[in-house]
Design a protein around this ligand. Structure first.
Ligand code: GDP
Ligand code: MG
Length: 718
């Protein structure tokens, strides 16, 4: 104990170097890379009851004047860190607590003080603590308007200098068990306890369990708490304070029993130190004077390595080394996780975009990526990009499903009246087929796109065709009778077809709505994929939305024009399927009529039964029909043959013209809108308003770039 006569200040420079250089060289380098800013490195925390001597102990150990015995007790955690720097100074700041409001956060984060050295800090400490209390809103006699008794904010004292070694020491408020009316509440109690737990549960924390020697150790809750979070007892040291206050010999002997491990043994054992007393009298302020006590009985009988602050320091040094070794793997993993996250954040910001050229390059890059994604989506080339895990981006597959639904709905439900089924004609058409899998759409699911509300229909249900087509045709033929030689007039057919196709418009609108929403969703989600910056994304969206809506509207108009042409013009087709269908229908009808007049003849040669009709019977079969009956059957058959052909033609055309040409691959497709050409067409002002970045983003990028570099360096060091 050679240096006992030295002053407090000189204690700081050599005795307080707790960690050996070789062992902690790496940590030291990490600290230089500012890693301590991003993740906790090994640290010391003093915990215990109120007034057990925590702050005093930390002061004795580090030589830094902790706020000690201040207005009853510590009201918030104080963190003292050391950082190597060219210049020597001490800075004081406040780290806002995890639940701080934005306003409070702003207030405490703006607090900053700097002093040149420990003695200046000591001189200014009372004033600084007053400011800190006011800033955190803590109620004290000098700040009676404060709202809080305790705060989760952390007072941070950073000691910088060319010879500072790595060490973080934390002083937390003392645990208390009984609340005091008007001062401490049950809430405060829980809050302080949680704050203490938050620190001691970290495997990188060495717990100094501070126990006043003049109080029965059995009453000290902190030992149980420390044991709970440090089960193996690898990082908990018992530190007995205030031995000078013990007068009775039996009490002293009892404390010696603790140190010797006779009672309530701790894995790492107990140490005994004497801090400065409350009265601050002269002979008390010198460590050597204070520790002369230990030369007396019974203390002098205790092993040297358990008594006095030097012994404690040297044990702490060892322990910090061990904890640091153990912490390395954790630190490594955390560094890697943090690097990944920071890199992702940085990527999300994109390249710097201050000049028009940088902005144009940035936007063109995004647009090119979008076009690339879009082409893959139209080619169903989904293996190219992980983004296609999202079904909404598998655009062409969506469209195919919708088109299948459209075709099915058209075949089954587009007619106002069901046609009469005929043998040999309808059998090959699978009218009752199941709806295509996964496409039983009933409502349009796009509540997030209010901009589309005017354009699309949400209800996707259709009424099934009605029965009674023959009666309905009767009405038509009666109402459209004219002076003609034949029985079926063109206007009868036009009118019948118009009546039979009234649902075409709504079904087509439903189909177009499905497709428009799918395209819109693709563009929306595609932008998220290619542009990580939400601000730019939102601005691009806002800029192109009008043009998108124009494209969707014109597609819808095309579809409606097709509906109009098909349903309102005179029915006509040159498709030979119409004649084929007519002939099939006529043939089938003829057979129906002739069947009652047929004779069955068995061919003896090959045992086949064949039916024959005598030719002279045929005119009478035809004569039996009235004109009206003939007319309505004729109308029905023509209508049916034509409907089938027209519906097929229509479905094809809606897909080709309104969907594929207008919405997907045509020159005016909305998918082509956000392209490199579009970016090139923007003038500098418009470009800046979309791609330009504000100071906040510039700063954030600079911070993240530095952080990523720091983390990369740190990983290299480990
Ligand atoms: P904390 O609430 O646990 O931080 O306790 P403090 O460090 O503020 O100490 C409470 C009071 O006990 C202060 O007045 C200290 O000066 C006094 N104290 C602390 N340690 C000792 C010691 O070893 N001997 C004497 N006599 N007083 C001490
Ligand atoms: Mg204290």
């Amino acid at each position: 104990m050679a240096s006992h006569s030295r002053s407090q200040e000189s204690n700081l420079t050599d005795e307080n170097i707790l960690i050996s250089h070789d062992r902690l060289y790496k940590i030291d380098q990490l600290r230089e890379k500012n890693i301590g800013k991003y993740l906790p490195l090994p640290q010391l925390v003093a915990v215990g009851d109120q007034s057990s001597g925590k702050s005093s102990l930390l002061e004795t150990v580090t030589g830094i004047p902790f706020p000690r015995g201040q207005e009853l007790c510590t009201r918030y955690a104080t963190q003292i860190t050391h950082r190597r720097d060219h210049d020597s100074f001490i800075s004081v700041s406040i780290i806002p607590g995890p639940r701080a409001s934005a306003k409070h956060k702003e207030a405490v984060e703006s607090y900053f003080r700097q002093v040149s050295d420990s003695s200046q800090l000591q001189a200014q400490f009372p004033a600084i603590l007053d400011e800190v209390n006011t800033c955190m809103g803590i109620r004290t006699p000098r700040n009676p308007t404060g709202q809080y008794t305790f705060s989760e904010d952390v007072l941070k004292i950073e000691k910088c200098g060319p010879y500072e070694d790595y060490l973080t020491v934390i002083d937390v408020p003392g645990i208390f068990r009984t609340t005091t009316e008007g001062v401490t509440s049950e809430n405060d109690k829980v809050m302080v306890r949680n704050m203490v737990i938050e620190y001691i549960k970290d495997p990188r924390t060495i717990i100094l369990a501070v126990l006043p020697a003049n109080v029965d150790v059995a009453t000290q809750e902190i030992l149980a708490l420390a044991e709970e979070y440090d089960k193996a007892g690898e990082r908990t040291l018992g530190v007995l304070t205030k031995p000078d206050l013990l007068k009775e010999r039996s009490a002293k002997r009892s404390v010696c029993g603790l140190v010797l491990g006779n009672r309530k043994p701790l894995n790492l054992g107990y140490y005994i130190v004497r801090n400065r007393g409350g009265d601050d009298d002269e002979d008390d302020s010198e460590l050597s004077t204070r520790e002369s006590l230990f030369r007396q009985r019974p203390w002098c009988d205790l092993p040297d390595e358990r008594v006095g602050v030097r012994a404690l320091r040297s044990r702490l040094q060892e322990l910090l080394g061990e904890i640091t070794d153990q912490a390395f793997p954790i630190i490594r993993t955390e560094l890697r996780d943090m690097l990944m996250k920071s890199q992702a954040d940085l990527d999300a910001l994109g390249a710097s975009r201050k000049t028009p050229q940088e902005q144009r390059q940035y936007m063109a890059g995004i647009a090119a990526k979008f076009q690339h994604l879009m082409r893959a989506a139209l080619d169903a080339d989904y293996s190219r990009d992980k983004a296609f895990d999202d079904g909404d981006l598998r655009l062409v597959t969506r469209i195919v499903n919708f088109t299948e639904w459209f075709e099915y709905t058209f075949r089954n439900s587009s007619q106002t009246y069901s046609f009469v089924k005929q043998k040999g004609v309808d059998e090959d058409v699978d009218m009752e087929s199941e709806p295509p899998k996964g496409s039983d759409f009933t409502t349009l699911n796009a509540p997030e796109y209010t901009e589309l509300k005017q354009l699309v229909v949400e209800d996707l249900t259709t009424n099934p065709p009605m029965n009674g087509i023959m009666d309905w045709i009767d009405d038509i033929s009666r109402n459209f009778r004219g002076i003609t030689l034949g029985t079926v007039t063109p206007s009868m057919l036009s009118s019948a077809f118009r009546g039979q196709s009234v649902k075409w418009e709504i079904i087509t609108k439903q189909y177009m709505s499905l497709v428009i929403v799918a395209v819109h969703r693709f563009i929306d989600k595609g932008l998220v994929t290619v542009c990580k910056c939400p601000i730019v994304r939102q601005r691009v969206g806002a800029t192109i939305v009008t043009q998108l809506l124009t494209a969707y509207t014109s597609a819808m108009k095309q579809a409606m024009l097709l509906v109009e042409i098909e349903t309102q013009r005179k029915p006509y087709t040159i498709n030979h399927y119409f004649n084929d269908n007519m002939q099939k229908l006529r043939g089938s009808k003829m057979m129906d009529q002739l069947t009652p007049h047929a004779q069955r003849i068995e061919m003896t040669a090959n045992n086949e039964v064949t039916q024959f009709v005598r030719l002279d019977k045929i005119p009478s079969v035809a004569e039996n029909k009235s004109n009206a009956q003939y007319a309505r059957e004729e109308i029905h058959d023509i209508l049916k043959a034509y409907y089938t052909v027209a519906a097929k033609r229509f479905v094809d055309y809606v897909y080709f013209l309104a969907v594929d040409h207008c919405l997907l691959s045509g020159p005016d497709s909305p998918l082509l809108l956000f392209s490199e050409q579009w970016v090139l067409g923007l003038d500098d002002k418009k470009l800046a308003s979309i791609a330009g970045e504000n100071q906040q983003i510039t700063d954030r990028r600079a911070r993240l770039t530095k952080k990523v570099q720091d983390l990369k360096d740190a990983i290299d060091i480990l």
